[in-house]
Design a protein around this ligand. Structure first.
Ligand code: ADP
Ligand code: MG
Length: 646
């Protein structure tokens, strides 16, 4: 007998399964010691509890009752990470059905456990090759499982079990799926590994297979019926092991590159399904960014339109629904004289008019104002000059044309300045032409379609009235705006009684602008967001399908030492990879389509870097959000159940 303490000590281990209302006792009070270096065969008819016992020893399953000591340490059944560490560092599993990853080559299958152990790529690659060579598979390293015979697949599985050391090799009916000649070969290989000092536990119901083992344990109905007992071992040989020793550390988290590689492989494997999901994300990210871009574009246009209300700090308008006869030139004059700290007071009138230049006719908005007010409003001249005080005092019949209006009325090679036009059948001379703004919607560019006349010219000659449409007021200091606004309101109320006015200051205009931006962003972003959510649900759907489809793979990864965290990360990573790929494609589509539209001269949608970045982050976030539930489901699976899946 061996004098030292057992490596594996089971004390009264009981395993009960509940199926419906009946309870199945798969193991009943099994007490068993196995020493390091033993070669044990567990035998018994089908259903006697062999696999159940194996799974408990290998930390794939937890017993309902009893204690399990590994190297004198009680195996804490509550902590899945402790069991993952034991599986990774101490045990190597060989299954009846090989359980190789179909999408990976022999070498990739063998190296997989070392990924979770944190062995560097070059080292694990070399070790995998050496292990395969040791099992006579050097000529098969690059082959996929479907290209290998059953015996070869099982030898790949043995190499994988040895990858992280495999001090204890657990083989559950390893010869059950291969022909008898391959079966003997596999048993010979296990015997050779036993010679080199490994502890081997092999399950079989075939006595001719069990013959290879030194100790045979017989199970029947979950109880040990016979045990030939531990035999002392003196013949541990020193046959060479692979030069690269197995790793003993754990990667803190699996390297991202590894996860991305696995994700891409799985996505490639299901090309059709992947492309449908990608399409969803492409559309989702496209709509979000397009809508945000549209919101930004429209906001800029509206901003432009609002800024045409005036550069004035305060704008006085008759209230909506009031008679338009309310504000007069006298009101403007009163404001100018009675309110302190004002830089300027500009009365304005406006109305429609018909313009004729040669054979061309245009209708336009006419604004009677001062040159100063036009400058304050940020209008710039392309040609000519603004009005001066004299133009107004002399009721001079002169106009300044908006850029678009000038282009429509005159040929390109004609300089409109100095030319005469008919404004409501009265001749006026053009003294200036405004620059066209860079507005995206020409329809919004009111100024480009307007014509301007000096204030008094408008009052006396064109409109023949003295009621105003607006008074613009500039205040010298920003903090006096509120005081001036109140003073103007008091003055107007004194002059006009209870009639209502709208007095808007620029801060309020800015509020309006901010509100518009917020509403547009929420509204349009929300519309885009909905399609992204729909796409996200699509991602969740394929991730759930992927998890269901790869349940065995998950079980296998867990069996080789992957922690729940590693599994979760793998699937979240897969979801994020799909979403980022789809997102990038969506942005390309947006930029591509955008430049096609822009080539027609309309910049409908503003693409800014923040918007593109938002699109990409939305994609990543979609992956994280909709990938996490399927990933959690995968990580929560008990290893035995995952391995038993079909
Ligand atoms: P063996 O490997 O010796 O054929 P198992 O250990 O697989 O036997 O099963 C032992 C008994 O436990 C059988 O009666 C089997 O039907 C039952 N059993 C195994 N796994 C489960 C399970 N997950 N749920 C319910 N019963 C199970
Ligand atoms: Mg079994």
């Amino acid at each position: 007998m061996m004098g030292n303490r057992p490596l594996i000590a089971l004390r009264d281990i009981t395993q009960q399964y509940r199926s419906g209302s009946t309870r199945i006792k798969a193991l009943g009070d099994v007490t068993l010691d196995i020493h390091a270096g033993e070669f044990v065969a567990i035998m018994g008819p089908s259903g006697s509890g062999k696999t159940t016992l194996m799974n408990i020893i290998g930390c794939l399953d937890r017993p309902s009752r009893g204690e399990y000591y590994y190297a004198d340490q009680l195996v804490h059944e509550s902590n899945p990470n402790v069991r993952a560490r034991l599986r990774r560092e101490e045990f190597g599993f060989v299954f009846q059905t090989y359980n190789l990853l179909p999408m990976a080559t022999a070498q990739e299958n063998v190296e997989m456990p070392a990924i979770y152990a944190g062995l560097r790529k070059r080292l694990r690659w070399a070790r995998a090759e050496e292990l395969l060579a040791g099992l006579g598979l050097s000529h098969r390293v690059g082959h996929y499982p479907s290209e290998l015979s059953g015996g070869e697949q099982q030898r790949v599985a043995i190499a994988r079990a040895l990858m992280n050391g495999g001090g204890v090799l657990l083989a559950d009916e390893p010869t059950g799926s291969v022909d008898s000649r391959s079966g003997s070969e596999i048993m010979a290989q296990l015997a050779a590994l036993s010679e080199r000092g490994r502890t081997i536990i092999v399950v079989s119901h075939d006595p001719s297979i069990a013959r290879h083992a030194e100790r045979r344990i017989e199970l029947l109905d979950g109880r040990i019926m016979a045990d030939t007992g531990s035999v002392s071992r003196s013949r541990i040989s020193t046959a060479p092991e692979p030069e690269i020793s197995p790793p003993r550390t754990q990667a803190p988290v699996l390297p991202l590159a590894e996860n991305v590689r696995t994700a891409l492989r799985s996505l490639r494997h299901n090309k059709f399904r992947t492309s449908l999901t990608l399409l969803g994300i492409v559309i989702g990210v496209f709509s979000v960014t397009a809508m945000l871009g549209l919101a930004e574009g429209v906001r800029r246009e509206i901003l432009d339109a609002i800024s045409q209300l005036g550069g004035a700090s305060i704008t006085v308008l008759p209230a909506l629904g009031e008679q338009r006869t309310l504000l007069t030139l006298d009101d403007a004059e009163a404001i100018r004289r009675r309110i302190p700290n004002l830089v300027s007071v500009t009365p304005e009138m406006s109305g429609g008019a018909t313009l004729i230049a040669g054979a061309r006719t245009e209708s336009a908005q006419v604004t009677a104002t001062t040159g100063r007010a036009m400058k304050d409003r940020g209008l710039a001249l392309r040609q000519g000059v603004f009005f001066g005080k004299k133009h107004s005092e002399r009721y001079a019949p002169v106009v300044i044309l908006g850029g678009l209006l000038a282009d429509n009325l005159f040929d390109q090679h004609v300089n409109p300045v100095g030319e005469h036009i008919l404004l409501n059948d009265v001749p006026y001379q053009v003294i200036g032409v405004l620059k066209r703004s860079e507005a995206r919607f020409a329809a919004f560019d009111l100024r480009a379609r307007s014509v301007y006349v000096p204030l008094m010219t408008g009052a006396a000659r064109l409109f023949r009235r003295d009621n105003l449409d607006m008074i613009g007021v500039m205040v010298s200091e920003g903090d006096q705006v509120r005081t001036a606004q109140e003073a103007i309101e008091a003055l107007l109320r004194q002059r006009h009684g209870n009639a209502a006015f709208q007095i808007i200051n620029q801060a309020e205009v800015r509020d309006v602008e901010n509100n518009i931006r917020r509403i547009l962003t929420l509204l349009l972003g929300g519309i885009g967001g909905i399609s992204l959510v729909v796409a996200g649900i699509g991602v969740m759907n394929i991730m759930l399908a992927s998890v269901a489809e790869r349940t065995r793979e998950i079980g296998l990864r867990m069996a080789t030492g992957a922690r729940p965290m590693d599994i979760r990360l793998q699937f979240v990573c897969e979801a994020v990879v799909v979403c980022v790929l789809g997102g990038a494609a969506g942005l390309l589509l947006l930029v591509g389509l955008g430049s096609v539209i822009n080539s027609f001269g309309v910049t409908l949608v503003a693409f800014t870097t923040p918007i593109l970045l938002t699109g990409l982050s939305c994609a990543t976030l979609t992956g994280l959000v909709f990938g996490s539930a399927p990933a959690q489901r995968a990580a929560d699976m008990p290893p035995v159940r995952a391995l038993a899946a079909h």
